[in-house]
Design a protein around this ligand. Structure first.
Ligand code: ACO
Length: 336
């Protein structure tokens, strides 16, 4: 799916939250056969945050959502849409969206979850954009977050070292001009088995056997995912830029999914975008799945990199296999 935006809609508030507990690579190397050196060299990750036992996805998302609303100057009661991108909701149902809308105090909001792996946030932003553009929503809250620590096999060094927990949120509203210029989203289900969680759904419900076989944990073919990720980060970005009549040189801030520094470096080199334009925080958070792009957006804002008129390119990729890019001319002017 690809398209140019047809209405001025922008991000008017950003919030992010990561749990307090930090696990360093050295701590991981006491739990499994790995080392700080191996993890840093292959991934760039130095530490990650892990949720407390009593923290579920909605507990991470709520502080992020409240901060995003405060920044947008909106009362929660005016939110009419809550979309939560996650693969680790509090439970299968009710949705994290419904829980979050209730906790926030947004009784008039449509609220639901969206599952697109690590690309979830980009899918959810595109969907929120569409709802606002169509006039169905005036104040949309889009959350991206995951508690991947709950679905990691902590005895599998091939996956456990890569991920972390975190969430972010943005508010989407109409503005006078600028805002989103376009989106490109895609999915290739044939690649699904490269990154999946085999049990717990209707195909293989939870059973003593599925637990014993460790089928409730993330399983990944790292090399194949690496090849996929480096490819789609480039193709998706190039497609959305071409659709919007922009070139990579026009981009001021590039926010790729924070999976791995090597993946980001590969993509940046192929795209021809200089390092100083790229937002990277994977060294502090690991791969937080749907939380990764909004956490990076929040960091970019704190660092003063999201200026009025800045062209910001965001690209996510992940389980599905899925990918998605959004291009936005940064503005909060003329909120409606
Ligand atoms: N510590 C030490 N050694 C390890 C570890 C570890 N944590 N993990 C694997 N190894 C070993 C392997 O067992 C293997 O040993 P062997 O040669 O004796 O068999 C060796 O390191 C090399 O393993 P590879 O899997 O070939 O290592 P590779 O260079 O491919 O790096 C990695 C692995 C980092 C997982 C890489 O493939 C990668 O980054 N893939 C993408 C993963 C990813 O980012 N997934 C999520 C993206 S999509 C999304 O965000 C959902």
């Amino acid at each position: 799916m690809i398209g140019k935006a047809n209405g001025a809609i922008s991000i008017t508030g950003i919030g992010a939250y990561a749990p307090e507990h930090v696990i360093t690579n050295d701590e991981l190397s006491q739990m499994m056969d790995t080392s700080d050196e191996w993890i840093v060299e292959r991934t760039g990750i130095r530490e990650r945050r892990v949720a407390a036992d009593d923290q579920a996805l909605s507990d991470l998302a709520l502080p992020a959502a409240r901060d995003a609303l405060e920044q947008a100057g909106l009362d929660a009661g005016t939110v009419d849409l809550v979309i939560v991108a996650t693969v680790t909701p509090d439970m299968a149902f009710p949705s994290a969206g419904a829980i979050i809308a209730d906790e926030l105090g947004a009784p008039d909001a449509a609220a639901y979850d969206l599952s697109a792996g690590c690309t979830g946030f980009m899918y959810a932003v595109a969907q929120g954009y569409g709802m606002v553009a169509a006039g169905l929503s005036r104040h949309a809250l889009v959350v991206g977050g995951d508690v991947l620590s709950r679905i990691l096999d902590w005895s599998d060094r091939g996956t456990a070292v890569l991920f972390g927990d975190g969430a972010g949120a943005v508010v989407l509203e109409r503005v006078s001009e600028g805002g989103f210029l376009g989106f490109e989203l895609g999915a290739d289900g044939s690649g699904g088995p490269q990154l999946y969680l085999p049990a717990g759904g209707s195909r293989t419900p939870a059973s003593a056997e599925s637990v014993a076989e460790r089928k409730h944990y993330v399983q990944m073919n790292g090399r194949e995912v690496f090849k996929f990720a480096t490819r789609v980060l480039v193709t998706s970005a190039e497609k959305v830029l071409a659709e919007c009549g922009k070139s990579i040189d026009d981009v001021d801030v590039y926010i790729p999914h924070q999976a791995n520094v090597r993946i980001i470096d590969h993509a940046a080199e192929k795209l021809g975008i200089p390092k100083e334009k790229i937002v990277v925080n994977v060294e502090r958070y690991g791969n937080t799945s749907s939380g990764s792009i909004p956490l990076a957006l929040a960091d970019a804002q704190v660092e003063g990199r999201l200026q009025e008129g800045s062209l910001v390119l965001m690209t996510g990729m992940g389980a599905g296999l899925t990918w998605g890019s959004g291009l936005i001319e940064w503005t909060t002017n003329g909120r409606k």
